[in-house]
Design a protein around this ligand. Sequence first.
Ligand SMILES: *Cc1c(COP(=O)(O)O)cnc(C)c1O
Length: 401
Amino acid sequence: MSHLMNTYNRLPIAFTHGKGARLYDEHGKQYLDALAGIAVNGLGHAHPKLVAALTDQVGRLIHTSNVYRVREQEQLADRICALSGMQEVFFGNSGSEANEAALKLVRMFGHKRGEPEAQTIVMERAWHGRTLATLAATGSDKARKGFDPFPTGFIQVPYNDIEAVRRAVDADRRVLAIWLEVLQGEGGIYVADMTYVKALRQLCDERGLLLMIDEVQSGIGRTGKWFAHQWAGVRPDVMTLAKGLGSGVPVGACVAAGPATGVFGPGNHGTTFGGNPLAMRAGVETLAIIESEGLMVNAVAQGERIVGGLKRVLGGIEGLVQIRGMGLMIGIELDRPCGELVRQALDAGLLINVTHDTVIRMLPPLILNAKEADMIVERLAPLILNFLRAGIATTATAKAA
Ligand SMILES: *Cc1c(COP(=O)(O)O)cnc(C)c1O
């Protein structure tokens, strides 16, 4: 521990193994996993089909390099394009890397069109990663603090506000792309109006701009469709994927369609590990299992079950701001910082997370069953009730004093 850089506030437990939606710590205590490694372990832990496929793959090939053709890479790209209606894929190893590829694509796109200062419109509260360029596009002052100077080329506007985007596009002729999450994850589980997403598509078509959608957290079935933007019935020009794609084997993807295709040529972009046979097999198998087990339909059903259950217990309670989300991407916003609930849930055998200080976030595995969905509600709702009541009691005491 003392030799690790001090970049995380870690909880004082470590897990030894998992099975489905359950994780077991070093003392044998069982936890219900409502976080799934931050939207990564969509298939839960140790899914037998995934274990068999990866075991087979490790026994044959882990890595060869992009000096050669990689059949598994071609296979996963075909699959992603079939599911998204898009045309080309570049594989990296993380969400940040997928987004870096997308940002480099915009810049190259600009240079090819005689606009060497391409600007990308980005959103308040957006989260795109921790590399310098993705951090420059991220709307979190906390994450950015101390890391300037940043790469330029970003114009930030309020989320879910089409007029703000229009004004920004009108104000700067160098704007070539609009970039957003359809459902903001790290920013606090804020869902865009689908009419807004459609209007962005239309604006991009009218002005010849690239519509870029970061599906790193919301993609791969989590909201009940392969990609969250499909709820709006639009297709982006650039889409990025990562978290759920490899079920824990690191993989990221930058996917292009229409005007965003054919932008890079050999030597323009690359990465050593990207698209290796192990990561690609994990992706192919993950998508196959989500489809064959009907996990997207399940994500919607269990998401509704959790949200419905929470609303029944917590509805109208003072201190609860909103319960929101799509599928198994769920946020419970309180009117005060609630980080301490993470520890309390841990004691109660439930793994959750708090983002943006006041939003309890759950990203359970897509394999969650109804009993487990109910168990999440049974374990979490009383903690929230107690937390809010204690807070109100404290405020009342303070006022009396
Ligand atoms: C997690 C996340 C990223 C960053 O992905 P990393 O793999 O951590 O680099 C980018 N965009 C969104 C929407 C994310 O949720």
